[in-house]
Each structure stands twice: as C-alpha cells, then as structure tokens.
Ligand binder design. Structure first.
Ligand code: ADP
Length: 743
C-alpha cells in the first residue's frame, strides 16, 4: 500500500543520513507470511570505502505481546471506569504479615490500610463525585471500627485465606450516614505478606431496609394470624358449649313420647344443629390450616371400613332421591393402611355430600384404584362420580378456592359455605396428593384426588378363597353388577349376571334344565318389576338350583326387613353400598359350613354387647347446668348411677369421700380445671385402685387430647358429646383392666 511504500522510502532516506534504529518494516518471508522487522543501520568502512551495515530483526512476537498488554490495559480501564459497581484496591503503608495474630492483623489493617486505587463509582458510594476526592482515605475512616459486623467481616477475610464472597460491611459516607455495603474481595499475598486487596462493592442499604420492613410486616402478620386462630379456637369453644346442650337435649327429647308434628319439629332442630356444627368445624379447620397449625393425625385404619361406613351414612339421603350408591375398591388395593383416616373421611364426606346435593337421579360411585404401590407405601387414586348438574369449565378451577361456589343461584337453593373443597385441597396436599375435577355441565362431575399412605399389610398375593364357588348376581344397576362380579371373580368364584328378576328366573330355569346349580344368588332388594324379596321367595322353591340367597338392601332409616330374619334360605342381608370384606365374609360363611344360623346368633350377641354393660357408679364434673343435666340423663338411661360435682375442686373432694368406677371430667371449669383435678386425683390414688377418667371438652384443637392424657386422663370425648361416642369411650376404659394399653 501507498502508506507502507512512503514509510519504506523515509527509512531508506534516514538510513542514508543517520545510524541506529531507522524503523520497522514489513517483510514477506519465503512462505508468504508477513513479519515485522526492526531495521538498524550502522556506518562502517568496507574495503576502504564508507558503507552501511543494515540489520533486520524479526520482532513479530514482541509486537504481539505489546499489543496484548495494551489491550489488557485498555480493557481494564474500560471496565473499571465504566462500571456502576465500585472497584477498589486497599494497600498497607507498612507490610501486613500473615503470621500476625488475627487481632493484630485487624488492628494493623485499621492503622495502615488506605485506599490506593478506585473508580468513580466507589467515590459515589460515599457521596463524592470523583475518585480523586477519596483516594488515600484510611480504612479506619471508612469502616466503622466499633461495628461488630465489620470486625466479623475482617476476621472472616483473614480466616478464609484473604478471600470473601458477599460479605456485608457498615461504613460511613461523606455526611457520616451509615450505609450497608456488599463486598467481594481478594487479597494478594506475596512472600508471607498481604500486599494489597482488590474488591467489588455495592450499596445494599435500601434493599436491607426493605428486607427489614418486610420481616417486621411478616412478623406482625404472623402474630395477627396466631391471634386470629386463637380467637377462632375460643369462639369455637364458646359455640360448642351451648351446642352441646342443644344437640344432646334433642337426642334425649327424641326418645320421649312425641306426636308426629313434634317429632318433625325436633328433627328440624337436630338437622339445623348438625349443620351449624359442621360450619363451625369447617371454619375452625380452615383457620387452623391457614395458620399453619394443622397436622395430620396418623394411625392404622382399614380402607374398606372407613370408606364403606362413610358411604353408608349417605344411603338414606341417596335412597330418598332414588340415587344408586356404589362403592368400588380395586381388589388389589391394600386395606390395612396408616394415615389420617378422619381427614380422609372428611374429604370423601365433602365430595359425597356435594354429589348427593347436586344430583337428582342416577348414580354416585366412589372408586379407589392403586396408582402406585411398594411394600411400604401406596398412592391411592380416589374418585367420586355423579350424574348431577355438573360444573361449567370456567368454574372448575375456582371451586377449590375458599368461599367460592360455582353458581351463586344454586347456592341459595342448595346451601353451603364454599369451604369444603378448599379444605379438601389443603388436606390432599398434606397427604402428598393432588385434587382435580372433570365435569360436563348437565351430565355430571367426577372429583378425583390422590393420597399417599403407609401400607401395613400388602395385598399383593392373589386370593382365591372362593374357588369353585358359583354365584348368580341380580341387580338392575349395570355398574353394581360389574363391581360385584369383579370382586367375586377375583376371589376365584364363577359368576352369572342378571339385570333383573325376569332375567334371573330365565337363567335358573336354564340351569335346572342343564343340571347346573348356584351356591348363592345375590339379589338387590329394589328392582323395577319383581322386587328382590319376591324373587328370593320364587328361587327358594327350587333349592337344588339355587341353594341360598343374599339380599342387598339400602340403608333406609326405620325400615325393618327382620321379617325374613329366621329364614335359613336367606343367608344374610348386606347393606348397600357393600364393602368387599363384608361380601367376602358372607360368601365364606355360606361356603364353609352353611351354618348361617349359628353365625347369625353370634353376630347378634356381639351387637348387644355394647349396650349390655354393668351399672357403674360415675362421678361427673361439669360446671354448665344444661350440660350437666344432659350428661346425667344420658348416663342414667343406661342404668348408671351418677354423682355430680360443679367444678374440679368438688370432684377431688367427692373422689376422696366416696368410691367410683369412672370419672367424667369437663376440662374448662371455674376454681379448679379438669386438668388440675385429674392430676390431683392421679397423685392421691393408689396404683391398684386407678380410676378411669374421661375428659369432655369443647376445645377441638390438636394437642388438647395430648394435654388431657398428660394430665392422667384415659380418654377424651369432644363436645357436643354424642351418646354413642360417650358409651364407646366408657366401654373401652372400663372394660380394659389396664387403661394405658388402650391408649
Ligand atoms: P359448599 O358445597 O359448602 O358450597 P364446596 O367447596 O364443597 O362448598 O363446593 C364449592 C362449590 O363447587 C359448590 O358450591 C358447587 O357450586 C360446586 N360443586 C361441588 N361439587 C359439585 C358437584 N358434585 N356437582 C356440581 N357442583 C359441585
């Protein structure tokens, strides 16, 4: 290029006139690469004549290195000067030896450390405009030496080998205002001396202030939440106490002679009280979950019993509407589990309750399938399917939120608080599962949830207890037929299905012709056309073809089918929806000995055990007159003899003067609480004469049960006290010699 040529000509000219370095020329080597050559010329006499010695030296590599250094310098400058982050270098006027003690090093740093280099951003952090104004500042003037956090900072720097990440310091700015900085620094150590330290620094004062404000707000909110939950617990207690009176008195009143109008009114009182109690419980649950105070209460339970018994409580309501209730538990699902059965029941009750509420006809099926299973745990998939009004797609997500309902107008028609599904979804979360809904407006909904449980006894091995057994199943509902057949076939039985009495009769006729027979006919009581009882009496005429029958009845209050009770052909009646274990037990009874009669009597004997208890002398401590009266009446009705105490002190006195079989102790009482009284009684009794004490309390918070047990009580019933619950508790503590075993 022209430029290179003129540079070359200039050098030639220079070479003529002077000696030494005359320039850098570009040379092309034989292989074509271009190199930089430094040219020096030296005058000399050659063969008697003045001449020039010209030396060309390849300096390509040196030039590249110089370029690299220049670029690095340039880069450093650009970064440091343009950075919004403060960059600094501290040096020490006197050497800082690493072998000094930590205290000496800190002292030394404060005394001799000064700011040797920094950018403008650093100056701005301290309220100056440019680096020049702050350079040379002593460390002691910048780091607040009395601040313990700064001392920690220096200590950490020394301990960590002169290297720190995200360390906080407190430093004074130009106006003496303390600011909080975040530092990343590294010390340069040469031959046992810390020569200098480089660092990056950022102002986090505002961020810290915001964090602190947030922390304070969070603490305040938590305190408010705690107060709210305490308040709700107290309110619930206050409401439960009079509710105890209302519900209990209603129970007592309904056992007295009443005319039908009075009975109807009383039933309304009972329903209203029950639903009020449900609302109080929902609100209490929800507030506990929201306050993070809720814990699952784990214990062993039977899946079939929990779901089957829960479902049966819906039978009367479903029957009234003509809805078929179906329970289908996959045969492989483990039955003996550990988990919170009460809360599982609560979720299922909410879903079944909604299903019955929003369905006018058709069927409601509760299904359980195994999603995954190991020896130790199982994830079960529950679903409740109905054929009701359904939920439009845009509302399906909303209904899981608290206080929301799909449609305000249906709410007026059906009632409800909108809390049920919100509580259920929190409970499902605690059980390690998920909850969701599938629904089509006008056609029905299926609510699903999954939950994780510990498995106590796995059902992985197949079960063929009914091999060779044959059953004819008669039901007008296709789903029920399918489920019964699935269970029976799983146990090894042969099945034939009939969708009604007519089909069943046709099949038995055919069987008689072919010389086949059935061990049992399982017959639905309610079928259109010929009903179950009629069908059974027809089948009975031909005992060679069908040997016995099981009648499936709906649980309808007040209806008695005992007329058939003693008929040997009718092996038993099962209440719909049938639990698989019940069905299996019934079948095994028939299969094994056909001594149904004996089984029935032993079963009947078991049922009466609950009520046939010896009369007890009971000490009752209760301060509320209504509740006291109520408990006395409940106990006296069961033939027990009651002595009352109005508070804990009176209870202790009575205990010392008299002898009792049992003490029922209210917890909240004036003068001396139930907890104190129980503790005093426990301390004064002899070990041999340990008297059972049952607590009655309106507090339903978790931990109350533990507190009662700690105080030495043996069991606990929560108010409102239901007669059945109370007598079950009494039976368990009185019949067991050593009460601690029960707990
Ligand atoms: P509640 O039933 O007390 O109002 P939930 O949280 O249990 O509260 O239910 C919320 C809403 O979801 C109900 O009000 C109803 O609109 C809707 N919903 C729940 N289950 C069903 C169902 N099976 N069929 C139709 N709608 C339902």
């Amino acid at each position: 290029p022209q430029q290179e040529v003129s540079k070359y000509l200039n050098s030639v000219e220079a070479m003529r006139n002077k000696s030494g370095n005359v320039g850098v020329w570009k040379h092309r080597k034989k292989d074509g690469t271009v190199i930089d050559a430094e040219i020096t010329s030296q005058p000399l006499i050659f063969e008697g004549r003045p001449a020039k010695l010209v030396i060309a030296k390849d300096i390509t590599e040196r030039k590249q290195m110089e370029d690299a250094v220049r670029r690095s310098e340039e880069r450093y400058r650009a970064f440091v000067e343009q950075s919004s982050e403060a960059i600094w270098c501290f040096e020490f006027e006197k050497p800082l030896f690493v072998e000094f003690s930590v205290e000496e090093q800190i002292e030394h740093a404060y005394q001799y450390g000064y700011l040797a280099e920094c950018n403008d951003a650093m100056a701005r952090l301290y309220g100056f405009n440019s680096a020049d104004e702050i350079l040379g500042a002593k460390l002691a003037d910048m780091l607040v030496s009395s601040d313990p956090q700064n001392i920690e900072y220096l200590k950490a720097f020394i301990h960590s080998g002169y290297r720190l990440v995200d360390a906080e310091t407190h430093e004074a700015d130009k106006d003496g205002k303390i600011r909080c900085f975040l530092n990343n620094l590294i010390g340069v150590v040469e031959e046992g001396r810390v020569v200098r330290a480089w660092g990056l620094q950022r102002d986090i004062t505002e961020r810290k202030q915001a964090e602190e404000a947030m922390m304070r707000a969070k603490e305040a909110a938590e305190a408010a939440n705690r107060a709210k939950s305490e308040f709700l617990a107290n309110m619930s207690h206050e409401i439960r106490t009079p509710m105890n009176g209302i519900i209990g008195m209603t129970e007592l009143l309904s056992d007295t002679p009443l005319d039908s109008e009075q009975r109807e009114y009383l039933e309304m009182v009972r329903l209203s009280a029950d639903s009020l109690l449900e609302i109080v419980n929902d609100i209490l649950d929800f507030s506990k979950i929201e306050a993070g105070k809720f814990k699952l209460d784990l214990s062993a339970f039977s899946l079939q019993d929990t779901l089957g018994d829960t479902m049966k409580t819906f039978a009367p309501r479903a029957h009234e509407k003509g809805i078929e209730l179906i329970l289908h538990i996959a045969p492989l699902a483990p039955d003996s589990l550990t988990g919170d059965a009460v809360r599982l029941r609560q979720i299922v009750v909410n879903m079944l309750g909604n299903a019955v509420k929003f369905t006018e006809s058709g069927e409601i099926a509760l299904r359980v399938e195994v999603e995954s299973q190991t020896q130790e745990e199982a994830v079960l998939h529950f679903s409740v399917r109905d054929t009701g009004i359904g939920i439009p797609p845009e509302k399906q997500r909303l209904i899981f939120e608290a206080f929301t309902q799909a449609d305000a107008s249906t709410t007026r028609k059906f009632g409800g608080t909108g809390l049920g599904l919100a509580i259920s979804s929190r409970l499902v979360e605690l059980m390690g599962g998920a909850i969701w809904v599938e629904s089509e407006a006008g056609r029905g909904s299926t609510f699903h949830f999954t939950a994780r449980f510990d498995v106590n006894q796995s059902m992985l091995q197949s079960d063929s207890a009914l091999r060779g057994f044959s059953a004819l199943i008669v039901d007008d509902n296709q789903t029920t037929l399918g489920i019964l057949a699935e269970s029976l076939e799983y146990w090894g039985a042969n099945t034939a299905l009939a969708r009604g009495a007519a089909e069943a009769l046709k099949e038995t006729m055919q069987a008689r012709v072919e010389g086949r027979s059935y061990d049992v006919a399982i017959v639905d009581a309610e079928m259109p056309g010929i009903d179950g009882l009629t069908l059974i009496s027809l089948l009975k005429e031909n005992p060679q073809t069908v040997r016995s029958a099981i009648l499936l009845v709906s649980a309808v209050k007040g209806r008695s089918t005992s007329a058939l009770g003693s008929d040997p052909f009718l092996a038993c009646q099962l209440i719909k929806p049938v639990k698989p274990a019940e069905l299996k037990a019934a079948m095994l009874r028939i299969a094994n000995a056909r001594d149904a009669q004996r089984e029935k009597t032993s079963l009947a004997a078991k049922r009466t055990l609950l009520t046939a208890q010896r009369p007890l002398r009971v000490l009752l401590a209760e301060d509320n007159p209504v509740n006291r009266h109520l408990a006395v009446r409940m106990l006296e009705r069961h033939g027990h003899q009651v002595v009352v105490a109005n508070n804990g002190r009176e209870a202790v006195e009575a205990f010392e003067q008299d002898s009792f079989d049992l003490i029922l102790m209210d917890v909240q009482m004036p003068e001396m609480s139930g907890l104190e009284a129980a503790a005093v009684i426990r301390s004064r009794q002899s070990r041999a004469g340990r008297i059972p004490i049952i607590a009655m309390t309106a507090y339903a918070m978790k931990g109350d049960r533990e507190r009662c047990l700690e105080a030495g009580m043996d069991d606990y019933v929560s108010k409102p006290v239901r007669a059945e619950e109370l007598f079950r508790a009494i039976e368990s503590v009185v019949n067991c010699g050593s009460v601690t075993e029960v707990i």
